[in-house]
Each structure stands twice: as structure tokens, then as C-alpha cells.
Ligand binder design. Structure first.
Ligand code: GLU
Length: 219
């Protein structure tokens, strides 16, 4: 079981993401990563195999700063533990996704996306989610609808955090069969697989039900 942390805030979110991942380490994992968007909508990602401390070391060497971010500890189910299979998965430098669970129909989605010209950089079932969201954005959807439509196309279990350069101060979360909570801050919101990840930043939580999709902005 892996872990998800996400934040929309007015401050730099990277320290909250790293601390959140550390607090989810007990769940077990093989690699970790994060993606952040800054106020100019530049999307940046760091990933590392091994411990969250490795990711923190990479972050020290290549600092990222952003006001919206998602982070992940992976327990590989599709594709070996490696940096290229670590989350977040990104489509065309526009959409970034973290996912906990298994997309059962990923092969059918991958086949259709390959036909549409999408290129795959990982062996994961997760990467199809990033491409599917991009596909719906390209059809004119806003991010919330793009995630909603993508969820309708997916079979299996998931908790998701999704961000896009098209709406840099928005974070969409969704769950079906995998845990996900929302943390309520003061002018900032958080998501995580477990309340433990967010205790340094809030004590107020909303618990998503299966099938819920959440649209988070600072407001
Ligand atoms: N199935 C996804 C993968 O293998 C997510 C695994 C997880 O829940 O960490 O990348």
C-alpha cells in the first residue's frame, strides 16, 4: 500500500510534501516522488528509488518550489521499482498524477491511447490516467471534468491526486476502493492517504467516500 500527499497553498509546498511522505513510510514502498507547480504554472518533478530520505537528498541538490503539489510513495504492482516507474506520472508536461491502487483495464486504455499518439515512458498501469486526463483537457474540459470523465473510463481501485498547468492553483482528488482524506487548513487544503501525514499542518479532516471527486483550491 503506497501513500499520497497533496497540497494547494500560498506557501512553498515542498516541505509539507516531504514531511507527509515521511509520515506515510510505515505503509511500505519502493520509491518516492513529487511534482509541483509554481505561480507561473511551471511543472517540475523529482523522483527517486529507495527511501523518502533519498528524495529529500535530491530535493536538496535540485530545490523545487511551488504552491500546488502532489507526492507519492510507490508500492509497485505494474512494472518494477525504478525511477521511471515512480510517480508522479506526467503527460506532455501538462498533467501530473499520483495513484494508489490498480487500474484493471489499463491495457485497453493503453492500446487506445497509443492509437491516439500518446507515448508511454513507464510500465505502470497509472500512466494511462495522466494521458486520459490530458485527452479530455484537449477536448475542452476543465480539470475537474477531465478527471471525472477519466474516472468513468477506469475500472479498478484508486486514490488519485491530479494537477495541471492549465489550472495551476487547483488539485483534484478522487477515490474508489483506496483511502483518501482531505485536510482543511487556513487558506490551504491538503489530501493524504492517512490523517497521520497531515497532523503537522491541520487537525481538521473530511473523509472521502468511494466514488467521490474533490475539487480543491486555496479558497
Ligand atoms: N499500480 C500503480 C503502480 O504500480 C500504483 C501502485 C501503488 O499503489 O503504489 O505504479
Amino acid at each position: 500500500m503506497c501513500g499520497i500527499v497533496g497540497v494547494v497553498a500560498k506557501q512553498d509546498v515542498t516541505p509539507i510534501l516531504i514531511e507527509g511522505l515521511r509520515r506515510l513510510e510505515y505503509r511500505g514502498y519502493d520509491s518516492a516522488g513529487m511534482a509541483v507547480l509554481n505561480e507561473s504554472a511551471v511543472l517540475q518533478r523529482l523522483r527517486a528509488t529507495g527511501k523518502v530520505a533519498e528524495l529529500a537528498n535530491v530535493l536538496d541538490r535540485q530545490p523545487l518550489h511551488g504552491v500546488t503539489g502532489i507526492a507519492h510513495t510507490r508500492w509497485a504492482t505494474h512494472g518494477k521499482p525504478s525511477e521511471k516507474n515512480a510517480h508522479p506520472h506526467i503527460c506532455r508536461n501538462k498533467v501530473a498524477v499520483v495513484h494508489n491502487g490498480i487500474i484493471e483495464n489499463h491495457e485497453a486504455l493503453r492500446k487506445e491511447q497509443t492509437r491516439l499518439g500518446f507515448e508511454f515512458t513507464s510500465e505502470t498501469d497509472t500512466e494511462v490516467i495522466a494521458h486520459q486526463v490530458y485527452h479530455y483537457l484537449d477536448q475542452g474540459d476543465k480539470l475537474l471534468d477531465a478527471v471525472r470523465h477519466s474516472c468513468a473510463d477506469m475500472e479498478g481501485a484508486y486514490a488519485l491526486g491530479v494537477v495541471s498547468t492549465t489550472e495551476p492553483q487547483r488539485l483534484i482528488a478522487a477515490r474508489r476502493g483506496s483511502p483518501l482524506v482531505i485536510g482543511v487548513g487556513d487558506g490551504e487544503y491538503f489530501i493524504a492517504s492517512d490523517v497521520a501525514a497531515l497532523l503537522p499542518v491541520t487537525r481538521r479532516f473530511m473523509f472521502l467516500e468511494d466514488g467521490d471527486i474533490a475539487d480543491l483550491t486555496r479558497h
